[in-house]
Design a protein around this ligand. Structure first.
Ligand code: PXL
Length: 277
């Protein structure tokens, strides 16, 4: 294959989800489905099923750094995507590495809890993300609960910022853009809103699907990373990635007793003409 026909390469920092619902596996499937080649830097192992996370073990930060450095010295990377981080030490190591590549767009999905509510990041990790990663982030993709948790003033129980104010504070803390997803809001439709330094850029409404899904946030953030790596601008990348994610969710399946998993390869399984007769 000639070099100019390389698929865009995206480096992912994420934790393994052996169920294939969320985490590194979700990122690999999404990026592959969208025509990118994923480089996977493992930050933590988890023990989980389709219902929730039982346990997690962070990978040693030197191992995280070595995985990334070896690849970055070998291959051209078009985008970084960061998911579950595992430890404060991992955050510091990754922050140092990406600071050597300021021109590469960075999508940060602040993974704070599983769908069931199992905690996946400590308060110290949230503080480290804010301090070390947000100033280097192109696009942050919190759900509304994560957005509120990332900006809530400590020791101030009266601080209840609206989502636009959360976005303003997150951009003040250093991210260039923020996409706040509305799955957890009590609205008839799911509204996802993209903000930049001048405020609202776009808001997209989606039919609320009935199931509970494992890995929807990882899928959306990876799809945006794939689109940026494929040359789309932020607003287009965000819109198209939502469309892709909605279809993956609408085609979701329930392999176990817990949540539905998105089908990131829904297009490969659509009925062919021979199935329609
Ligand atoms: O969906 C967020 C997420 C990310 N990464 C891993 C996870 C989860 C949620 O359970 O387990 C490894």
């Amino acid at each position: 294959m000639p070099q100019d026909l390389l698929p865009p390469i995206v480096m992912v920092f994420a934790a393994s989800d052996p169920s294939g619902g969320a985490g590194l596996q979700a990122d690999i499937m999404t990026l592959s489905s969208m025509g990118c080649h994923p480089l996977s830097v493992l930050t933590a192992l988890t023990v989980q099923d389709s219902a929730g996370v039982e346990d997690a073990m962070a990978i040693d930060a030197d191992w995280v750094a070595d995985q990334a450095r070896a690849l970055l010295e070998d291959m051209p990377v078009a985008a970084f995507k960061i998911g579950m981080l595992g430890s404060v030490e991992n955050i510091a190591a990754i922050a140092e590495i990406i600071s050597d590549y300021p021109e590469i767009p960075l999508i940060l999905d602040p993974v704070l809890a599983s769908g069931r509510g199992d905690e996946l990041a400590s308060e110290d990790m949230i503080a480290a993300m804010r301090e070390l990663l947000l100033p280097q982030t192109t696009l942050l993709t919190p759900n509304s609960l994560e957005a509120r948790r990332m900006v809530q003033e400590e020791d101030n129980d009266d601080d209840h910022p609206g989502l636009a104010e959360c976005a303003r504070r997150l951009i003040g803390a250093g991210t260039e853009f923020v996409l706040i997803t509305g799955t957890h809001e009590h609205s008839a439709q799911v509204v996802n809103t993209l903000y930049g330094e001048n405020g609202l850029i776009r808001a997209d409404s989606w039919e609320r699907l009935p199931g509970s899904y494992h890995g929807s946030g990882c899928t959306l953030a990876s799809a945006i990373a794939a689109n940026l790596a494929n040359g789309l601008d932020i607003a287009e990348a965000v819109r198209d990635a939502q469309d892709y994610t909605w279809q993956a969710l609408a085609n979701g399946f329930r392999p176990g007793m817990g949540q539905y998993l998105p089908d990131r390869f829904f297009w490969a399984r659509e009925p062919g003409p021979e199935d329609e007769a």
